[in-house]
Design a protein. Sequence first.
Length: 73
Amino acid sequence: MPIVEIRVAKQDWADFRAVNLRRAPAVIREFIRWYLRRPGAKLPQRPSPEEIEKALATANDAEGPADGGPQSE
């Protein structure tokens, strides 16, 4: 399968990856198949608002402070 690049805002992609982890590319492929009405294709299930909030909080905690300095508690 050829690789095709798309442009997505950096923060949107970072958040999308944080919520979907390694499954992010598969979710996009599923969406495209659904959008094109391919036989058997289903719209990917969206996470709940709580799942999104938790994933983003976890990702932000893992990154540390924005300035790259040590985290203060």
